[in-house]
Ligand binder design. Structure first.
Ligand code: NAD
Length: 258
C-alpha cells in the first residue's frame, strides 16, 4: 500500500516554483508540495514574508526552500525567475502560477492603468512564466504547469470586472497551453478556488452582507482553506494526474454545481 501511494502521489525529488508563495493560497500550495517531497523556489514581492514562509516550510518539511524577491508585473521578471531557479536547482519540474492581485471598482470607474495592472499580474505574467518554464521543462522530458483560475473565469461577479476578464483569460490560456505543450510531455491545468479568506479577499469577507451572500451560494456551507487548494494542486503535480491536461478544477464547496 505504501508503495502504491508513493508511486502515485509522491513528488519527491521534483523542483517546484510557486509564485506568490509567501502567504495565503500560495503558502498552502507550497506547504502541500514540500510535504509531498518537492524542493521549492518561492517568489513574491515582500522579502520579510518570504523569509518567514521559508523558515516555516523548512521546519515542517525538511525540504530545500529558496526564495527570490520579484515583481511579476515587470516584463523581465519571468525570464529572471526561471533563470534563477535553473541556476540554483538545475531544473524546474512544476510551475504554479499563483501570484495575483485585484482592484475592486464599479465597471464605470476603471481606468486604462487599472486594466494594465490587473492583466499584467494576473495574465501576462502567467503566460510568460509558463513560456520560460516550458522551454526548460522540454529539455528535461516534461513537467507540470498549474495556473490559478477562479469562479470568475466562468461567471460574472460585480465589482471585479477586470479580475474576471484576466481569470477568463487564464481559463483559455490553460487549454491552449495544454494542447500545444502535450508533445513536450508538459501537462497544463488550472485550479479555480471558490472563496478563501486571504489578504486579497479581506475586503469581501469584512463586508458582512457580501460574505453572507457568498456563504449562501456554497452547498458545503463554509469557505475554503489554502490547504484545500494546495492539496488539489498537489494532485495535479503528482503522477496520479498523468492523463489530465487542459482541465480547470473548481475547488469551491459546490458553488459552480449549484
Ligand atoms: P494573497 O494576496 O494572499 O496572495 C497573493 C500573492 O501574490 C502574494 O504572495 C503577493 O506577494 C503575490 N503578488 C501579488 N502581486 C505580485 C507581483 N506583482 N509580483 C510578485 N508577486 C505578487 O491572495 P490569495 O487569495 O492567496 O491569491 C492567490 C491566487 O489565488 C491569486 O491568483 C488569486 O487570484 C487566486 N484566487 C484567490 C481566491 C480567494 O478566494 N482567495 C479565489 C480564486 C482565485
Amino acid at each position: 500500500m505504501d508503495n502504491y501511494l508513493e508511486k502515485t502521489f509522491s513528488i519527491a525529488g521534483k523542483v517546484a516554483l510557486v509564485t506568490g508563495g509567501a502567504r495565503g493560497i500560495g503558502y498552502g500550495i507550497a506547504s502541500a508540495l514540500a510535504g509531498a517531497g518537492a524542493d521549492l523556489m518561492l517568489a513574491a514581492r515582500t522579502e520579510s514574508q518570504l523569509v518567514t514562509a521559508q523558515q516555516q516550510l523548512v521546519a515542517d518539511s525538511r525540504r530545500r526552500v529558496e526564495t527570490m524577491v520579484a515583481d511579476l508585473s515587470q516584463e523581465d521578471t519571468p525570464a529572471r525567475l526561471i533563470g534563477e531557479t535553473i541556476s540554483r536547482f538545475g531544473k524546474i519540474d512544476i510551475l504554479v502560477n499563483n501570484a495575483g492581485s485585484n482592484i475592486r471598482k464599479p465597471v464605470l470607474d476603471f481606468s486604462s492603468k487599472d486594466f494594465d495592472t490587473i492583466i499584467d499580474i494576473q495574465l501576462k505574467s502567467a503566460f510568460f512564466t509558463a513560456q520560460c518554464a516550458a522551454r526548460e521543462m522540454a529539455k528535461t522530458g516534461g513537467g507540470r504547469i498549474i495556473n490559478l483560475a477562479s469562479l470568475t473565469s466562468k461567471i460574472g461577479v460585480s465589482g471585479i470586472a477586470l479580475y474576471g476578464a484576466a481569470k477568463g483569460g487564464i481559463f483559455a490560456l490553460t487549454k491552449a497551453l495544454a494542447v500545444e505543450l502535450a508533445d513536450a510531455n508538459i501537462n497544463v491545468n488550472a485550479v479555480a478556488p471558490g472563496y478563501v479568506r486571504t489578504a486579497m479577499t479581506e475586503p469581501a469577507f469584512s463586508d458582512e452582507t457580501r460574505s453572507q451572500w457568498m456563504l449562501s451560494r456554497i452547498p458545503i456551507n463554509r469557505f475554503g482553506t489554502p490547504e484545500e487548494i494546495g492539496n488539489t494542486v498537489l494532485f495535479l503535480a503528482s503522477p496520479a494526474s498523468n492523463y489530465i491536461t487542459g482541465e480547470v478544477i473548481y475547488v469551491d464547496g459546490g458553488w459552480m454545481a449549484a
